[in-house]
Design a protein around this ligand. Structure first.
Ligand code: ADP
Ligand code: MG
Length: 450
């Protein structure tokens, strides 16, 4: 294995184990400068990267390198100052950079923020996302006139961003004169904040209110951000009155977004709401096959079966598994057997927090309702705390079979009758309120999906 291949394989695994943002920040433009005996010298673009890799990722990088090549004893990082121009000319480094581009394709359009890799063609449709897919396609065919706004929700890694971006890309193609923009809610928020700070609110508003299609991803992030919500409300009204299309996504339905202004919530609910749930076995199989095909990775059926049976949580993980096996294939020039696949995928499949614990339940419920854990556990009677607390108590009973005295004690030192009352109340509400059923499903998903 050449040092380029070794680094390429390391990156392929790293990409899977650290967040995309971290990967892009710390590993861009890195490559193996030299490998002598057991020593590997990694070239990094600046001191910042060097420090970060040394302090935060060295263990992981070392482990991966060593797994790939058991000669490796030590990894060092170095910033090559003068080598800058040389590096660009040198072919191995250029090849590595190209390979990295292949790993993390970031072909994002500057005006629309759309990434061309997301299309309807490479989006697999199954019972779990059929409705969301159909609604998005309908909107794509006649923006502004069928479902407005369109609100798509579902858990993480299930394809919301892919679907939204595919719609944006398609509309950009079919309606060349329409101005389409995709924006994450975080970015929208940052935009509002800096427009306020720099007194450029007029420009900011104009840039959004001129659009024909606005796609806003992950609106749950707007919870509690009053100023941003207000801006969005006005932007929404302007676009809506002009018959422009608006598409939203969120990890939960509008009702379940805590700290959302009522008037904005009613806007979100004013059009079509479609959810994406978790893929069933057949669809997982179809997704894996598609992804393996894209990478020209002819995995044997038993391996495909193993992945589809064992990775159930979300599509991002399925994709990660395929990337890993593809790296193996490239390196060894042989397809992984089931045993090898098991070994390679161990860390994904046995990843933690598939188990509920009282702590995990409290943590997830608090996060879901945007309140503090310690408020759930304290005896406060505030309305916005009482319901989440009752839900947490109910989940302790249902998921962990905790005793009522234990539950009472845990939540503000209350007596067991309080716990019995809370559980009975939630059970009753679940029969009457579909909204609560949905929230409970999402909370459970989060508890078990880590
Ligand atoms: P979300 O925004 O819901 O967290 P993403 O849209 O980012 O999820 O999807 C995670 C990954 O899975 C992406 O790389 C995406 O391309 C892929 N993916 C999601 N849904 C599908 C699908 N139905 N068919 C093919 N790939 C999918
Ligand atoms: Mg997303």
């Amino acid at each position: 294995m050449t040092k380029e291949e070794l680094w390429q394989a390391t990156l392929a695994q790293l990409q899977f184990q650290i967040s995309q943002a971290n990967f892009a920040t710390w590993l861009k433009n890195t490559y193996i400068l030299a490998k002598k005996g057991g020593q590997v010298v990694v070239s990094v673009p600046n001191n910042f990267s060097k420090e970060w890799l040394e302090n935060k990722y060295n263990k992981l990088i070392f482990k991966i390198l060593r797994n790939l090549d058991n000669e490796v004893r030590e990894v060092n990082y170095t910033v090559e100052r003068q080598a800058q121009t040389q590096r660009e000319a040198a072919s191995p480094a250029a090849a590595t950079q190209e390979a990295q581009l292949e790993l993390a394709p970031l072909s994002v359009d500057k005006t629309t923020n759309l990434n061309s890799r997301y299309t309807f063609d490479n989006f697999v449709v199954g019972p779990f996302n059929e409705l969301a897919h159909a609604a998005t396609q309908a909107v794509t065919k006649s923006p502004g006139s069928v479902y407005n706004p369109l609100f798509i929700y579902g858990g993480t890694g299930l394809g919301k961003t892919h679907l939204l971006q595919a719609a944006g890309n398609q509309m950009g193609k079919d309606f060349a004169d329409k101005r389409v923009r995709y924006v994450s809610s975080e970015r929208f928020t940052t935009g509002v904040v800096s427009a306020i700070r720099n007194h450029t609110m007029d420009n900011f508003r104009a840039s959004y209110r001129d659009l024909d299609v606005l796609v806003l991803d992950d609106v749950q992030f707007l919870a509690g951000k009053d100023k941003t919500q207000e801006e969005l409300f006005h932007t929404f009204n302007t676009l809506y009155e002009r018959g422009k299309q608006i598409v939203f996504s969120s990890d939960r339905p509008p009702k379940a977004i805590a700290a959302l202004e009522e008037r904005l919530r009613s806007r979100f609910e004013g059009g079509m709401i479609a959810d994406i749930s978790s893929p069933d076995f057949e669809t997982r199989m179809a997704i894996i096959k598609t992804k393996a095909q894209e990478k020209t990775l002819p995995l044997e059926d038993a391996v495909l079966d193993y992945i589809a049976s064992n990775i159930q949580r979300n599509i991002r993980e399925l994709e990660g598994a395929i990337n890993r096996l593809a790296a193996f294939y490239k390196l060894n020039n042989a397809l992984p057997t089931v045993a090898e696949a098991k070994n390679l995928l161990r860390s994904v499949i046995q990843s933690p927090s598939k188990f509920a614990t009282p702590r995990r339940i409290v943590q997830v419920v608090a996060e879901f309702y945007d309140i503090r854990e310690k408020d759930i556990l304290a005896p406060s009677r505030k309305k916005e705390i009482v319901k989440p607390r009752q839900i947490a108590m109910y989940l302790l009973r249902e998921e962990l079979k905790s005793s009522y005295p234990f539950i009472g004690e845990k939540f503000g030192g209350k007596d067991h009758t309080t716990a019995i009352y809370a559980c009975a109340k939630i059970l009753k509400e679940l029969q009457d309120s579909e909204g609560l059923v949905e929230e409970m499903t999402l909370i459970r998903q989060r508890i078990y999906s880590g």
